[in-house]
Design a protein around this ligand. Structure first.
Ligand SMILES: Nc1ncnc2c1ncn2[C@@H]1O[C@H](COP(=O)(O)OP(=O)(O)OP(=O)(O)O)[C@@H](O)[C@H]1O
Length: 252
């Protein structure tokens, strides 16, 4: 099985001298191409830091990260930014959008940096993604004129514009009501079914239960994993229960 990401004994520390602390304490993790994984753990255990390390957003103090065969630890800032822009998509709890641009322009803006493509091609791709996630009619709306769920769909379209190999999500449904959250998770399940790898950081057992492997972190280390069959729309209650039992077991 091809690995999209290999993290090998990653160390990430913050602070200086006596204050220095390893937030990631030799974490090794592999994500298969096309896999859907979640990272859970208590607040402060290092989940977001791990996501930023694996995506090359933050440099690491030890170990290495290989993304799609490329050693990120040896890549320049420009190379890293190219890799993130062309091969990775990011979705956060609160999508950051530019207030003076409408929905369509917010989606296409990051792709405009790619001079190999023209505006018509980029807009065409954006419109087909908007249709796919159910916001086709909103392209001219101001970002203040849409719901939280619609804004998150906008963020997903933006993340998918360059057909990334992996989507990283940090609490991507954290700001949504349960119906919207479920709809957003349906979209991510579809994206994953099309072959895109997905890695989520989440506190939510219902979100984690949609994935096929959950890594549990504590004090900067992955302490255990839970594997589930790929989600096929069935047995959601049973999956959530398995996740919850594991969370209780390790005190998350
Ligand atoms: N830039 C930084 N400088 C100093 N300390 C940091 C920095 N970023 C994170 N930390 C610390 O590293 C630890 C892990 O943070 P991280 O955000 O990875 O945790 P988390 O598991 O994602 O937490 P949460 O569930 O609350 O989001 C925390 O103690 C945090 O305060």
């Amino acid at each position: 099985m091809k690995k999209i990401i290999i993290g090998d004994r990653i160390v990430k520390s913050f602070g200086e001298g006596d204050e220095k602390r390893n937030v990631l304490d030799g974490v090794s993790v592999e994500i298969n191409d096309g896999e859907f994984v979640a990272v859970m753990g208590p607040s402060g255990s290092g989940k977001s830091t791990l996501m930023f390390a694996l995506s090359g957003t933050d440099n690491v103090n030890g170990g290495k990260v290989v993304f799609d065969g490329k050693d990120l630890s040896a890549a320049s800032e420009n190379e890293l930014s190219d890799i993130r822009r062309t091969s990775m998509g990011f979705v956060f709890q609160q999508p950051t959008m530019l207030k003076n641009l409408n929905i369509l322009d917010n989606i296409i803006l990051p792709s405009m940096r790619d001079n190999r493509k023209n505006v018509a091609e980029i807009s065409g791709k954006a419109r087909s993604l908007m249709k796919r996630v159910g916001i086709a009619e909103l392209e001219n709306r101001d970002i203040t004129q849409v719901s939280g769920g619609q804004l998150q769909r906008t963020g997903i379209c933006r993340a998918l514009m360059n057909s990334p190999k992996i989507i990283f999500g940090d609490e991507p449904t954290g700001a949504l009501n349960s119906k919207s959250a479920q709809e957003i998770m349906d979209i991510f399940s579809e994206i994953n079914a099309d072959g895109t790898s997905v890695m989520f950081v989440t506190h939510d057992a219902k979100v984690a239960a949609r994935t096929e492997r959950i890594m549990f972190m504590r004090d900067g280390k992955i302490v255990c994993e839970l594997k589930l069959p790929k989600f096929d729309g069935t047995d959601m209650d049973g999956r959530v229960e398995k996740v919850t039992v594991k969370m209780l077991e390790i005190g998350v």
